[in-house]
Write a new protein. Structure first.
Length: 580
């Protein structure tokens, strides 16, 4: 039997924590709001709660991180019903909260400890029509890298975890590429729960201002007409009003870096790589709580708890509206003829929001002597600023009825499986006529981003081809619950597609070539038999003086028109079957 390296640490923590757990007092409280729990202390506390209240709280292992440490899910139910399928059948709102994706931002961990403790001891009531799931620690590797300095901009706690995981990945950029086992575990949790609301707890970076809590809401336009409008016109105003009643002037996430936000800002572009962007693909209302980094840790934890209670209350009071609009949007998505794969911000219309900031100015830097930005907290202000929260589709594609994917692309198949995509496999070799993309242009970032060299500005050409697919290849119906996910990942021009992340890079390299001295004779003979290509060649010479002087380019031109040029070169390996 192999004993996990974390088990002895957890056992010691359990023993040390026993007296404290019996009183259900958190480390946050005993330290007067200055400290957050370690991973071992936190899991010992949650384990104690689950053991003491088994009829209302269940702790499950739902996969593991890159070092084999278990990723847990806490399920909270006021009536002891822990079956998520049954919860959906009974019309309950299912809410998922994820903590410590960035363990240096631990506010959610301590907020959930306080919330669960008070619920289980009768000081707080979890509504019966809400089932709450909590991932207590998502980035366990990062939580174990305890330090007091990597969050240079942050006001407490005394020590905390590290942003990167064991592979030094930022896990909040990993929800499409899924390079980490954490992401696969999350997908397992997400499939199991199918949450109606998702909340990811964070601490912000960026500008200074008076607000303790800001809220990043997923792009409502990406949700679609019914659910998007419900999110923007009903959900957001209700959340803001509730937080104001709790004493917190909530504003949208202040998407400003190293500058002055009093002129307004553009809403966060919530791409599918992010947690809330990924969950939105499945018609889940996605949110990221962002407490302000310079506010004291105690104040941030209390604000996070207040925000979580707000989500729970909203999930209860608006239960029917949340569930019905989600079902309506899913039905609309499955019937859509076109799908928007890329978005751009529209400077009009914009919204006015009430912003409480600090006056910004510049003064000489004590390090460089050059002007530096600073915020004068002795000069607070309150004013209306513009929030540019309107996005429009910059590119759309027609929705196919099926995708056909050769089974040889195993990494892609693994991710489709993890995200719950439904498909069948061919029982025998079959000749299928389908639409194929050929990559005609793309650019690649010069530096790696989260372990990949991202492609962008992808250009394609569509052709109808007849190809033999083999037994075991995937036939993927597009009109299913995962339709948004399929379109975002499998359409090569989408910004977070598998092509953009480099999963199909081998097709970009030609495999067969020719020797000039051999093909000179072969190509000349073939060109005589195909005068139409000869006409194209001569026209190209007239139109392009550089081409006319380049013998190699002309020979390559003939080669690419001939049957000797490999048909798979630059051909995207996923094929589309359109509606007849």
């Amino acid at each position: 039997m192999i004993i996990p390296k974390w088990l002895p640490l957890l056992a010691v923590a359990c023993l040390m924590h026993t007296a404290q757990a019996q009183q259900l007092t958190t480390k946050f409280e005993t330290s007067q709001g200055k400290e957050t729990v370690t991973y071992q202390e936190g899991m010992a506390f949650f384990s104690d709660l689950a053991a003491k209240y088994p009829n209302r709280l269940r702790l499950d292992s739902m996969g593991c991180d890159d070092n084999g440490m278990p990723i847990h899910l806490l399920t909270c139910s006021s009536n002891g019903q822990f079956d998520y399928i049954r919860a959906h059948q009974e019309g309950k709102t299912v809410l998922l909260v994820m903590n410590a994706i960035h363990p240096g931002e631990p506010d959610g961990v301590d907020a959930c400890q306080l919330l669960l403790r008070d619920w289980l001891t009768g000081k707080y009531q979890l509504p019966e029509n809400v089932v709450l799931g909590i991932i207590p620690f998502y980035n366990i590797d990062g939580a174990l890298e305890r330090n007091s300095h990597t969050r240079a901009n942050q006001n407490g706690p005394a020590s905390y975890g590290f942003r990167g995981n064991g592979q030094n990945l930022d896990l909040n950029r990993d929800f499409i590429k899924a390079d980490s086992r954490n992401a696969l575990a999350f997908m397992h949790i997400f499939r199991t729960m199918d949450p109606d609301i998702f909340v990811d707890t964070h601490v912000s970076n960026g500008a200074d201002y008076q607000h303790v809590m800001t809220l990043l809401t997923t792009m409502y336009q990406k949700l679609g007409a019914q659910q998007g409008q419900f999110l923007h016109t009903q959900t957001e105003p209700a959340l803001y009003k509730s937080m104001q009643q709790k004493g917190y002037d909530l504003v949208p996430y202040v998407n400003v870096w190293g500058s002055i936000p009093d002129s307004g800002w553009t809403a966060f572009y919530d791409m599918a790589r992010f947690s809330s962007g990924y969950t939105t693909l499945f018609n889940t209302l996605g949110f990221v709580t962002e407490t302000h980094m310079l506010k004291p840790f105690a104040q941030r934890v209390k604000a996070t708890r207040a925000m979580l209670e707000t989500f729970i209350a909203y999930g209860s009071t608006q239960n029917q509206s949340i569930l019905s609009t989600r079902q309506q949007q899913r039905a609309s998505a499955m019937a859509a003829a076109w799908y928007p794969i890329n978005w751009k911000n529209n400077p009009v219309p914009y919204e006015w929001i009430n912003f409480k900031g600090y006056t910004a100015d510049h003064k000489p830097s004590e390090i460089s002597g050059q002007p530096r930005l600073y915020y004068d907290r002795n000069k607070p202000f309150e004013k209306k600023v513009k929030h540019f929260n309107s996005f429009y589709p910059s590119d759309s594609v027609k929705v196919p009825e099926y995708f056909v994917l050769p089974a040889s692309w195993r990494k892609v198949v693994e991710r489709l499986n993890a995200s719950g995509v439904q498909y069948t496999t061919l029982l025998q070799d079959s000749s299928i006529t389908a639409e194929a993309y050929f990559i005609t242009g793309y650019e690649t970032r010069p530096k790696p981003y989260e372990g990949h060299y991202l492609h962008y500005n992808v250009q394609t050409e569509s052709r109808t081809v007849t190809r033999t697919f083999h037994r075991g290849d995937l036939l993927i119906p597009v009109r299913q619950k995962a339709i948004n996910y399929l379109m975002e990942t499998l359409e090569p021009k989408a910004e977070d597609s598998f092509f953009a992340w480099g999963f199909f890079d081998p097709i970009l390299q030609q495999k067969e070539y020719f020797s000039d001295y051999v093909f000179e004779d072969t190509g000349a003979a073939w060109l005589k038999e195909h005068p139409e290509v000869k006409v194209q060649l001569e026209q190209r010479k007239k139109d392009d003086p550089n081409f006319a002087k380049n013998a190699d380019a002309q020979l390559d031109f003939v080669y690419r028109q001939s049957p000797w040029f490999e048909p798979s070169a630059m051909r995207y390996p996923l094929f589309r079957i359109m509606a007849r």
